[in-house]
Write a protein that binds this ligand. Structure first.
Ligand code: ADP
Ligand code: MG
Length: 675
């Protein structure tokens, strides 16, 4: 066993208390310690003259003690004046005053260390460390927790470095290291934790991050391969049923839909679980692809679970599937938080007994008491709204002996190819790159908030033509309370300004029953204008609503804007999206221009990546999902695009190193990937 896996518990100097504190920092193994990187470095390698001090910098200063005095008015403190011949520096102590007074009053010279601030009397340091010695190299400062001192943490890491020395083997190919100018694994850690002078080689950290990214990719790739060792139901194709279904549709499937369906069918004819992600722009018709797949599972005698993130969307899908499958004798269960009491009990019983063929629902689906008879296919819509473990919880319900259900996950948030390769390495990917014919692009205009009145007048005319509209309020704050309030205020304002318009309001703070009631009213055209926060982003389909106003669009990411805009442009006529900004810095101008000029989610995602960088794009998308130890997406985003290529190459040239690499990072308790 590699020493990296050893528990920190047995490290010399780690007592019960430190052990607890290390656990709090999620530092459980020696490997964890080694990959616990400094937040920053302190430079204690040289003396600073007072006249060269800078505010915010931590420095060692040496000077003559000129004056020590306890100040009693206001907050009690001890003040000490240092003079080094170039200027004077004030030291302040608020705690343990008698101790410091005693120590300082007899000192002639003092060398101390601390962060420089600007005070009433010029430069000052509060609670300096003294006496401070000069070091010959930079001192790392680690993220820590209460009661765990830097000195101890440093000591532990140093010991871990010594104990693990023989296991810090280089697994990446020589020419890879050369190409980037990277130090080997051992020296990288050495350079990071035990600097030898007053410089840090940035490539030492980048090397670790790069390795971690590659390992992340390799882990996902391996997880995918392992997942395929399971058995899965085989769906054979029933042409008659398929044609009955297709012939009843009021339209023909697009070429892209047919291609993706064929890819899925090929997967499901093999006796290993499908793990396929379907990416398709808003409105590209993913639901029908899901329906076709569900059909082939059901016609082979298997149950299907379709999971969606909101009640609203569940209801919409329920209505669609009920229509589409009307000609077959299938039982469909609608399972959300709304289903309660007897009805729920009854529904779940029938599900367990195998009397239900298709269940459509929200998070309610993976809850404990939900049991299937023979779940053969799981479909997750808008997968980016779910955590991986939620998907797995549902999958586990379909596990029977050696067999697992097929999984189809769908997302309308296109992600640039380079990022997708890394992020979805655990899935096969299909892309619907074509919209149904006769879709007119949404006309997008960018307007200043000063023209709000014109926009309100436009809504008046629009509604007079029996069409409907959305008004979306955005806030930078994540707080649903504030967002809700902003939307409420706007709804009031619009109700007053537009007396003949029936205005509705939805926001994230409303109960889902209330939200649904409003949405149904909007869908059935009992409301003309829907004021909303970004909660309406996902999946909602009201073809008669062809106008959308988005306030302060500069606050949203491009993909999110594109998702929102996808709510319109679903009907016959021309449709519009009006982006009303209040202030527009240059970067934001550029971004809104992209929105104005493009209607293709994939193009928008690529441009977003170019403008904002991988860190931002992934950061907003993947809150909490990708967790790295050494990767900082802001700093290392430019490496993402290289990861799949180097990962695959490593598989080709040194496959024996792959499990070793993965084990090394897993020893450091990196997020466990499973599919
Ligand atoms: P999304 O990919 O965003 O989930 P949907 O599946 O909701 O898109 O489809 C959007 C709309 O397009 C729906 O009203 C659907 O019935 C319709 N649609 C899907 N496929 C086609 C097609 N091939 N031709 C015409 N309309 C289609
Ligand atoms: Mg959809």
């Amino acid at each position: 066993m590699t020493t990296l896996k050893r528990s920190v518990e047995h490290l010399k100097g780690v007592g019960e208390k430190s052990f607890k504190r290390l656990q709090k920092l999620e530092l459980k193994t020696l490997g964890d310690l080694l990959l616990h990187l400094p937040l920053r470095y302190e430079d204690r390698t040289r003396l600073f003259a007072v006249h060269t001090l800078e505010i915010g910098k931590s420095v060692v200063v040496r000077g003559r003690v000129q004056h020590v005095e306890e100040v009693k008015k206001g907050r009690k403190m001890l003040v000490c004046q240092l003079h080094d011949g170039t200027g004077k520096l004030t030291l302040k102590f608020f705690n343990n005053i008698p101790v410091h007074l005693n120590a300082l009053k007899n000192m002639e010279w003092l060398q101390c260390f601390g962060e420089v601030r600007w005070g009433f009397n010029g430069f000052e340091i509060v609670h300096p460390e003294y006496p401070a010695t000069l070091e010959c190299a930079l001192t790392p400062v680690y993220p820590s927790t209460e009661g765990l001192y830097q000195k101890d943490l440093q000591k532990f890491i140093l010991r871990a470095l010594n104990e693990c020395e023989d296991d810090l083997i280089e697994y990446l190919p020589e020419n890879f290291l050369q190409q980037f100018g990277y130090p080997d694994f051992h020296s990288a850690l050495q350079q990071i934790h035990v600097p030898t002078n007053s410089d840090i080689n940035p490539l030492a950290i980048q090397r670790l991050a790069h390795e971690e990214l590659i390992v992340h990719y390799l882990t996902m790739r391996q997880a995918r391969q392992q997942a395929k060792r399971w058995q899965a139901p085989v769906f054979s194709q029933n042409k008659t049923i398929k044609n009955t279904f297709l012939n009843a549709l009021p339209f023909k499937l697009t070429g892209a839909q047919l291609r993706v369906i064929a890819e899925i069918e090929a997967d499901c004819q093999r006796n290993q679980p499908m793990l396929r992600l379907v990416q398709g722009d808003v409105g590209s018709g993913k639901t029908l692809v899901a329906a076709m797949t569900a059909l082939s599972a059901i016609s082979n005698g298997y149950q299907v679970a379709l999971m969606v993130p909101t009640e609203l969307l569940a209801e919409q899908h329920f209505r669609n599937f009920t229509n589409w499958f009307a000609q077959f004798d299938y039982q469909i269960l609608f399972l959300t938080g709304q289903l309660k009491g007897k009805a729920r009990e009854q529904g779940l019983k029938r599900l367990t007994a195998g009397e239900i063929q298709l269940v459509i629902g929200t998070h309610a689906l993976f809850q404990e008491h939900v049991q299937f008879q023979n779940l053969g296919l799981i479909i997750i819509d808008e997968q980016h709204r779910f955590g991986v473990d939620q998907r797995l919880a549902l999958r586990d319900k379909g596990e029977q002996g050696e067999s697992r259900p097929h999984q189809l996950v769908m997302t309308a948030t296109p992600i640039p190819r380079t990022l997708a390769m890394m992020q979805y390495a655990d899935l096969d990917v299909s892309i619907i790159d074509e919209l149904p014919p006769n879709r007119k692009p949404v006309v997008t205009r960018v307007l200043s908030a000063q023209r709000r009145d014109e926009v309100i007048a436009k809504i008046h005319d629009w509604v007079a033509k029996k069409s409907q509209a959305y008004w979306v309020c955005t806030l930078i704050e994540e707080s649903e309370v504030l967002q809700g309030e902003a939307a409420e205020t706007t709804a009031e304002m619009l109700t007053q300004a537009l007396p003949n318009v029936r205005v509705g309001l939805v926001h994230g703070r409303m109960k889902s029953a209330e939200k649904d009631a409003v949405m149904v009213a909007f869908k059935t055209h009992e409301l003309d204008l829907l004021v909303a926060t970004t909660v309406i982003e996902v999946g909602v389909d009201v073809p008669n609503a062809g106008l959308m106003v988005i306030e302060n669009p500069e606050r949203l990411g491009l993909s999110q804007l594109h998702q929102l805009r996808g709510r319109v442009g679903r009907g016959e006529g021309e449709s519009y999206c009006l982006l009303i900004y209040s202030s527009l810095p240059e970067m934001a101008q550029e971004r809104l221009k992209i929105m104005r000029e493009n209607n293709d989610g994939f193009v928008i995602a690529e441009k977003d990546l170019e403008l904002r960088g991988a860190g931002e794009v992934l950061g907003t998308r993947q809150k909490g999902q990708l967790r790295f130890k050494t990767v900082n997406p802001e700093l290392h985003g430019h490496l993402f695009g290289t990861v799949a290529r180097f990962g695959d190459k490593l598989f080709a040239v040194a496959p024996e190193n792959v499990p070793l690499l993965i084990a090394r990072w897993q020893a450091a308790a990196v997020n466990y990937v499973e599919v």
